[in-house]
Design a protein around this ligand. Structure first.
Ligand code: NAP
Length: 589
């Protein structure tokens, strides 16, 4: 492709797509747009850091060949007043992977914003925002280090589609009339109106990307965030299509959270990704209280907009948060802040947002070792308190350095301590892994409690059952009583015996009725004699509604959960009560 002002480096090769995967040569050509205002300062500093990390990680075997592309004010000077040249768009597609600084929105340029135009032109439908903590960064949280999530926000649909009708206009009146007269809708006079389109296509391509990312990066779960309890056909549909996509396209790599409890007893099978969902408002709370439970979050446009900034604030990173907008393959990584024009060309601001977007870019290219080096060097520099003005004003005893000075400090760390830095990054990941294992142990020990705390809404009996105590029929009642007390259980299951091939149950009530009030000794009676048989058994996947109906019909208080004919758990009316009290029921949820 011939370009007028862009010169594609003659050394280096283009990134391509082969067999549906990104193919990155050892010396790829990567595009960059330096951006307006503070853009040139932060770009210059970051380019040096990225190059050093690549050089150190691969000992010169890999190298990025940078290709400058133009947008914004610099483009306007080169392309005769055009802020958004077609050839830049062509090059972004052609090179596939690029990174950009912030851009000023030209006044009267006919754009809502250059960034929005870019997303629309390249159909960059996934806005990806990783949020993790770097030691030393000022944060309002007690344990910000537990946050390590990546938010995939749908970028093209939802209430951001721009289908709005201003109050008092003829268009508004026309739509209002249609809604009232033909659809039976009821709303106040003169309401402004907006439409919220959410499609299966838009949802599935976003969720597909989130799941693929989780697979590629060895993550544990993908959470579908929605407000489906209220907006069933948009937000609820997002959740349903998300699960459907996982079932249809990733059946081998994923399990649902429901299966995690009902089939796997709370233990994640090695390598499987758990697909779960959470109500949007609850996720804000959970990301503060139990962030270690969440990994990849897939959200609609509006929810994701709020959530990305809120979670970034937890790690002190609104000003340094990295980001990217990605299509099927074409990806534009970018600083998430603006052009801060008052600091332009002062070599003063913090380059971290762009710098860490570059880390994402390296990961996207599969160059994890280079990304790890920067990830590990960054907290070291912050811990030394050699930081730009914005951090310096929040830290006691900090030494303020310039944008380029901050880059120099990073480069020195990367060059001086490459091996240690990689080990430290691995250590950080191992700690997070440990925390997730602890959560797993909690899920196994007390699933209902684990669900309560993790905001999950249980749907099946497998999700609310407790582990069972199984005893032989010739066991003494006194021994069983001791086991029940020690393990805080109200019942034991009694194995079938030769005279009776049915499983039995002995509850606390049986002991009161058949031993104590009958004035018998628990040290003389065998449990098989007083057990009630048969017990009602249902499969793990039985819904709570079906289970409660069975309980009422049979006039019993406990049901045993089976798998392949063997009891694996038990639940009582108390568990059902507690579940509904905690999570709501029917139209409440
Ligand atoms: P802004 O450029 O993000 O700046 C707001 C304030 O945030 C700055 O005054 C500064 O705070 C702080 N800040 C931003 N970047 C920083 C950095 N790298 N290091 C340290 N502090 C930083 O937001 P704005 O003033 O609302 O917008 C300015 C222009 O940027 C507008 O034309 C807007 O359209 C554009 N914009 C572009 C993008 C984009 O291209 N992605 C995004 C947002 C805005 P203090 O003053 O407290 O030091």
């Amino acid at each position: 492709m011939a370009y007028k002002h862009i010169s594609i480096p003659t050394s280096g090769e283009k990134i391509t797509i082969k067999n549906g995967k990104l193919h990155v040569p050892d010396e790829p050509i990567v595009g960059y747009v330096e951006g307006d205002g503070i853009g040139p300062d932060i770009t210059k500093a970051s380019l040096r850091v990225w190059d050093t990390a690549v050089e150190q990680a691969y000992g010169g075997k890999r190298k990025i060949h940078w290709c400058e592309l133009y947008m914004g004010e610099k483009a306007a000077t080169i392309y005769d007043g055009n802020y958004f040249p077609q050839e830049t768009l062509d090059a972004l597609k052609d090179l596939i992977v690029s990174i950009k600084g912030p851009l000023t929105t030209p006044v009267g340029g006919g754009f809502r914003s250059l960034n929005v135009a870019l997303r629309q032109e390249l159909d960059l439908y996934a806005c990806v925002r990783p949020v993790r903590y770097y030691a030393g960064v000022p944060s309002p949280m007690r344990h910000p280090e537990k946050v390590d999530a990546v938010i995939f926000r749908e970028n093209t649909e939802d209430v951001y589609s721009g289908i709005e009708f201003k109050s008092g206009t003829p268009e508004n009146r026309k739509v209002a009339k249609f809604l009232r007269e033909e659809m039976g809708a009821n709303f106040f006079e003169d309401a402004g109106l907006g439409i919220k389109p959410v499609s299966a296509f838009g949802t599935k391509r976003l969720v597909r990307k989130a799941i693929q990312y989780a697979i590629d990066q060895g993550r544990e779960s993908v959470t579908l965030v929605h407000k489906g309890n209220i907006m069933k056909f948009t937000e609820g549909a997002f959740r349903n299509w998300g699960y459907e996509l996982a079932r249809e396209e990733f059946p081998e790599q994923t399990i649902t959270e429901d299966q995690l409890y009902s089939v796997y007893g709370g233990v994640r099978p090695e390598g499987k990704i758990i697909i779960k969902d959470r109500i949007a408002d609850i996720i804000f709370q959970l990301m503060q209280l139990r962030p270690e439970e969440f990994d990849i979050l897939a959200t609609l446009n509006l929810n994701g907009d709020y959530l990305s900034d809120s979670v970034a604030a937890e790690v002190g990173g609104v000003g340094i948060a990295p980001g990217a907008n990605i299509a099927d393959f074409v990806a534009v990584f970018e600083a998430t802040h603006g052009t801060a024009p008052k600091y332009a060309n002062l070599d003063k601001v913090n380059p971290s947002s762009l710098l860490l977007s570059g880390v994402m870019m390296l990961e996207y290219m599969g160059w994890k070792e280079a990304a790890d080096l920067i990830n590990a060097a960054f907290p070291k520099v912050v811990a030394d308190k050699t930081v730009t003005y914005d951090f310096a004003r929040q830290m006691e005893g900090a030494t303020e350095v310039s944008t380029s000075g901050f880059g120099d400090c990073l480069i020195a760390k990367i060059k001086g301590h490459a091996t240690d830095l990689v080990q430290e990054e691995e250590h950080r990941r191992a700690i997070l892994e440990e925390e997730r294992k602890e959560l797993e142990a909690q899920r196994v020990a007390d699933p209902t409690q684990a669900m309560e705390e993790s905001g999950r809404i249980p749907q099946t009996v497998g999700a609310i059952m407790h582990p069972v105590i199984i005893v032989k029929p010739d066991e003494l009642v006194s021994i069983c009583m001791q086991k029940m007390r020690e393990q805080n259980r109200h019942a034991v299951l009694v194995e079938p015996d030769p005279s009776n091939d049915k499983w039995g149950i002995m509850t606390q009530r049986d002991v009161v009725k058949k031993i104590i009030s009958a004035n018998r000794s628990p040290t003389r009676v065998r449990v098989g004699e007083i057990a009630s048989r048969p017990v009602l058994m249902v499969p793990r996947g039985t819904t709570l509604l079906d289970a409660s109906s069975r309980m009422v019909e049979a006039n019993i208080r406990r049901i045993v959960v089976e798998s392949d004919g063997l009891p694996v758990g038990i639940f009582s009316d108390t568990d059902l009560f507690r579940t509904v009290e905690e999570f709501g029921w029917g139209s409440d949820i």
